[in-house]
Design a protein around this ligand. Structure first.
Ligand code: HEM
Ligand code: HEM
Length: 188
């Protein structure tokens, strides 16, 4: 149903493909965003925002208003399963601003969201240089030291600190991830 709606439209709704492309790839020249491979929850939320007016857009507003909740669920499920412009697991087809060849670099810069581990650089800064007064630098610290800290949190032997963030993060990390990410920051 989602595919049909996207390709041919529905009562009072022009085909999404007209603007978002036959493969959901968007039309960059016109400023129409790609939808392929984006999370269904994200896309559906945007359609509800366009419909309510809390996200203002003259083009999308009438389209979103004309869609039923079921049509929104169908069409967003359809776009979510289309192949993205680049593979979000490997970044194939995408110019990667960070070296992601090894597992440590990947974890540090992208996280491991299947296991609810955020990218370390989100708090420790790009390049692990530290941010503000409570987020310590990791770059160039010895791998043994970094490994020991993460293991200590994992085993409940280091106080989680006032922001209480690293304890939970370390507990979700495998020993292989701890070693890889420690080596990565040590090498920066
Ligand atoms: C944005 C879905 C039809 C033009 C969006 C977004 C979604 C969406 C989910 C937000 C994307 C994001 O935040 O990353 C749909 C669906 C359609 C449809 C499901 C069919 C039922 C169209 C058509 C046009 C169009 C036919 C052109 C006439 C746009 C534009 C934006 C947009 C210009 C960007 C809005 C902004 O700048 O905030 N659409 N769309 N869409 N769409 Fe559509
Ligand atoms: C401290 C590693 C992700 C917030 C530390 C330390 C290490 C570390 C080794 C101790 C530094 C030292 O003793 O000098 C990592 C790694 C991460 C990661 C490898 C990614 C897997 C994050 C994220 C946040 C965060 C996403 C924020 C949400 C903090 C804070 C401290 C800290 C606040 C200081 C804790 C304290 O006050 O004792 N991190 N971190 N870290 N990290 Fe992370």
């Amino acid at each position: 149903a989602g595919q049909k709606l996207a390709a041919s439209g529905a009562d009072g709704v022009v085909a999404c493909a007209t603007c978002h492309g036959a493969q959901g790839q968007g039309m960059a020249a016109a400023g129409f965003p790609y939808l392929a491979g984006q999370g269904a929850a994200y896309l559906a939320e945007q359609l509800h925002h366009f419909a309510s007016g809390s996200r203002g857009n003259a083009v999308m507003a009438p389209i979103a208003k004309a869609l039923s909740d079921q049509q929104i669920a169908d069409v967003t499920a359809y776009y979510a399963q289309l192949p993205a412009a680049f593979d979000t697991k490997t970044l194939a087809g995408h110019a990667d601003p960070y070296p992601t060849k090894d597992a440590g670099a990947w974890l540090a810069n992208r996280g491991d969201w299947d296991n609810d581990i955020p990218a370390c650089v989100q708090c420790h800064g790009p390049g692990g240089v530290g941010v503000g007064t409570q987020f310590p630098a990791l770059a160039g610290q010895s791998a043994n030291y970094l490994k020991a800290q993460l293991s200590a949190w994992k085993e409940g032997k280091r106080d989680p600190g006032p922001l209480d963030l690293m304890g939970d993060i370390a507990k979700r990390m495998s020993d292989a991830q701890i070693t890889a990410v420690a080596d990565y920051f040590a090498g920066l």
